[in-house]
Ligand binder design. Structure first.
Ligand SMILES: Nc1nc2c(c(=O)[nH]1)N[C@H]1C(S)=C(S)[C@@H](COP(=O)(O)OP(=O)(O)OC[C@H]3O[C@@H](n4cnc5c(N)ncnc54)[C@H](O)[C@@H]3O)O[C@H]1N2
Ligand code: MOO
Length: 409
């Protein structure tokens, strides 16, 4: 393997190169429930008003307001009941003054009606009704278009569709919505020392944390993870496993095997293909990186370093923006906040440090040490403190930028 001599790539440049290479996935008409949590790929405008017709908000009697304006408990108004309208049973289209029509919640109010008297204010009469309280004009009538007018934007492009959006689209008669599908992400970890959780460990083996962590991060980012699990350090085995998986991948993410070791199979297997860039990015953790395309379909591949914290931080810095762009989600990068740091720290010159931290109310406390193996500390963190490459130390109380790890965006 030739020695790495080129200067590390600045983080922002690596992100820019990745985003340049990624095109949003093609758009599909998705049945409404399939579109839950997907970003809409169209501005949906209202094809109809909501409510679509004037209708009753109460079970009661449709009346002409003037007829009942003086109704009081001690001086009730008596009206003949000339008909009945249930929801979905609009047999009666108009009514005359001096009459009442039984009406149910949601039923269209007949022409001429300008108030609804709820049952509770009446004797619930069938042939005649006694009304003991006056409604205001228009009371309990839900007007056509008072909620949504034709042409209103129901959801704008890029909106991540939640249950309320799905409900609104259904209410407006849309059976489908254009959205981008979830990216399919094959996650493979490499290392002959790796064992599946639940299996016995030898004195020199460890459990495969990364394939689980990365697959979970894919799902949290809106993708469909296909976790292959651990592949041994063997170029042929890795190449075969990768080739088998390409058919179901929009992206492949591997962990491990990209540094300077004697068994760095990922680098060895993919270097030959000439379409994957390997090099150092000026970030700690997460220095050794690889990014490119593999296979006939030119499937995107990220080869992340094996140390668990390096793998996770690399995912957040590099894979997540790509996943978001594939889905048409914006912004591409995690939300950041300005915070005061509680403790001072030293940083490696020339590398953007991503320090694990606990953020709360504009204050951040660093969690654990620098080591890229400290997965226990990683689990305690809820943010990454971004220490720029040119900053060599921070003092308590200094202002920093933090990336929020658990925030929906
Ligand atoms: N001579 C040098 N050695 C190393 C350098 C260097 O520049 N020169 N860089 C170090 C840095 S920085 C990192 S990060 C790692 C990256 O190494 P690899 O990507 O090749 O990863 P491995 O060697 O396979 O593993 C590193 C470490 O992480 C553990 N690991 C790997 N996969 C998993 C997994 N799925 N679950 C849990 N833990 C995993 C593995 O056992 C190792 O301890 O290289 C440094 N070395
Ligand atoms: O870059 Mo390594 O990721 O420092 O641990």
């Amino acid at each position: 393997m030739p020695e790495q001599t080129t200067a590390p790539l600045p983080v922002a440049e690596h992100v820019a190169r990745i985003l340049d290479a990624v095109e949003p996935l093609p758009v599909f008409d998705q049945p409404l429930l399939e579109a839950l949590d997907l970003p809409a790929a169209e501005d949906v405008t209202a094809p109809m008003a909501l409510p679509s017709f004037d209708n009753s908000a109460m079970d009661g009697y449709a009346v002409v307001f003037k007829d009942v304006a003086d109704a009081r408990e001690d001086r009730p108004v008596h009206l003949p009941v000339v008909g009945e309208i249930g929801a979905g049973q609009a047999s009666m289209l108009a009514m005359s003054p001096g009459t009442a029509v039984k009406i149910m919640t949601g039923a269209p109010v007949p022409q001429g009606c300008d108030a609804v008297v709820p049952y509770e204010w009446t004797d619930r009469g069938v042939a005649h009704v006694q009304i003991g309280k006056a409604p205001t004009e228009g009371q309990h009538i839900r007007r056509a278009g008072e909620d949504v007018r034709v042409g209103d934007v129901l959801v704008s492009e890029g909106t991540v569709l939640g249950p309320r959006h799905i409900g609104l689209l259904a209410a407006s008669g849309r059976p489908t919505v254009r959205a981008r599908p979830r990216p399919r992400v094959v996650v493979m970890s490499t290392g002959s020392e790796l064992r599946e959780p639940g299996m016995a460990l030898g004195h020199d083996s460890i459990y495969d944390a990364n394939s689980y962590m990365l697959a979970a991060a894919v799902r949290a980012a809106g993708g469909i993870p296909y976790r292959v699990g651990a592949v041994p350090d063997d170029v042929r085995g890795f190449t075969e496993a990768l080739t088998d998986q390409l058919v179901r991948a929009d992206i492949v993410v591997t962990s491990g095997g990209v540094s300077q070791g004697d068994y760095d199979v990922v680098k060895e297997a993919l270097s030959g293909l000439g379409t994957v860039w390997f090099g150092d990015v000026a970030m700690q953790p997460g220095k050794p990186q690889g990014f490119g395309v593999v296979g006939d379909e030119e499937t995107l591949i990220f080869t992340l370093p094996g140390n668990p914290v390096s793998s996770y931080v690399s995912f957040q810095a590099f894979v997540l923006p790509a996943l978001r762009k594939l889905q048409g989600r914006r912004p591409y990068e995690r939300p950041s906040r300005t915070a005061r740091i509680t403790h001072g720290l030293r940083s490696i010159p020339g590398r953007q440090q991503m320090v694990r931290g606990q953020y709360d109310a504009s204050v951040v406390t660093p969690v654990g040490g620098h080591g890229s193996h400290l997965i226990g500390d990683l689990a305690d963190a809820n943010c990454l403190v971004v220490v720029p490459a040119e900053t060599e130390s921070l003092a308590p109380g200094d202002t920093v930028q933090v990336l929020l790890l658990d925030q929906e965006f």
